[in-house]
Design a protein around this ligand. Sequence first.
Ligand code: SF4
Ligand code: ZN
Length: 419
Amino acid sequence: LKVSVSDIDIPCAFGPAYEGERVRGADLHSQMGGGKTQCTELVKRAEMSEIEDGKVIVVGKDIPDLSEGDTLDLGIFIQIAGREFQEDFEPIMERQIHHLVNYIQGIMHIGQRDISWVRVGKGAVDKGFTLKDIGVVLHAKYHQEFQKIVDKVQITLYTNKEDVAKLTKQARAEYKTRDERVDKMTDEDVELFYSCSLCQSFAPNHVCTVSPERTGLCGAYNWMDCRAAFEINPTGPNQPIEKGDCLDPVLGQWKGVNEFVEKASRGAVTHYNFYSMVIDPMTTCGCCECIAAMLPSCNGVMTVNREFAGETPSGMKFTTLAGVMGGGASSPGFVGHSKYNITQRKFIKGDGGLLRMVWMPKMLKEEIKDRIDKYGEENGYPDFYNMIADETVGTTEEEILPFLEEKGHPAMSMDPLIG
Ligand code: SF4
Ligand code: ZN
């Protein structure tokens, strides 16, 4: 028996019309995540007998317990059961949280995975919004939009620090498993790439093309996920793209992709390169986990992750870079990308690859250390990790250049970045 949920029982207005709406400083009541507290999302498959459909549990404080200006940890844990529901569908369901929570009037959702950010507006609180409503919305919309695969949905919202930390630990292990599912695949292996246009409501001309060696810039969708999303919803935002003739194997450009992107961006973007940030890079939307920027005086590039709030050698913080870049344009010299993509074999290969990387925030470097080490070893620089500068070395090109020279960083002896 399929449950049909037509009305969504929450005190706020709800719908796509509110998706692009911002909750600005003066309207802000409280917030979860966004670098101030932890905010994590996880969808897991459950057995039919394990969960109760429609059950939404809030463990810990909720909005009525907060005062204006408060912050709170938040863990959104969604369990889905269904005869047709596969583990492969978990990332797809999880990525829906972004637009579905944004559909609630007065609530803003940014990011994904363990770097999510929920901003609750005063107007929504006046109407009676509580965190439980997030669960009510997700339950209803999952049934509505994914009828074929969803039988039962149970949602738990954790707000105690310890509970959120525990969920975050579990979630990170799941993200790792998902990421590694494309590890052995190459772009040459497949004839089909997948588009993702989920973010067009925020960045109207933006189209991600997801290949095995270039995961979506939000980090939440890889090639496998897009393929599964297409299977679930053949007319949805993830479409197969016949890559067609390769126009440039070094920069990573294909005829079929260009044609698709031109149509999907309504003519705004006619072509882009998968493996370059210098020459016609892929478009960027505001969801990116990291933004890379050229550092011409160091003959290299840097990248910064969303959680790093400090200055960078590009002269801009993450938020400034995202503001300039996140509208869906292709901006030579900059590109948004996922954390996982940094150590994928083709990352900015056309610009010299990861060996061009001269600066990263320490926290990001540490997070992906194992994979940087592996890359360094495979590419003739086993000590590469220690050659990448971070904020403890400096936050300007001038400050980090002597360090790079002293370490014999590979970018020092590469061809000029700009030809
Ligand atoms: Fe899809 Fe790209 Fe948006 Fe991720 S950032 S949801 S891959 S369009
Ligand atoms: Zn986006």
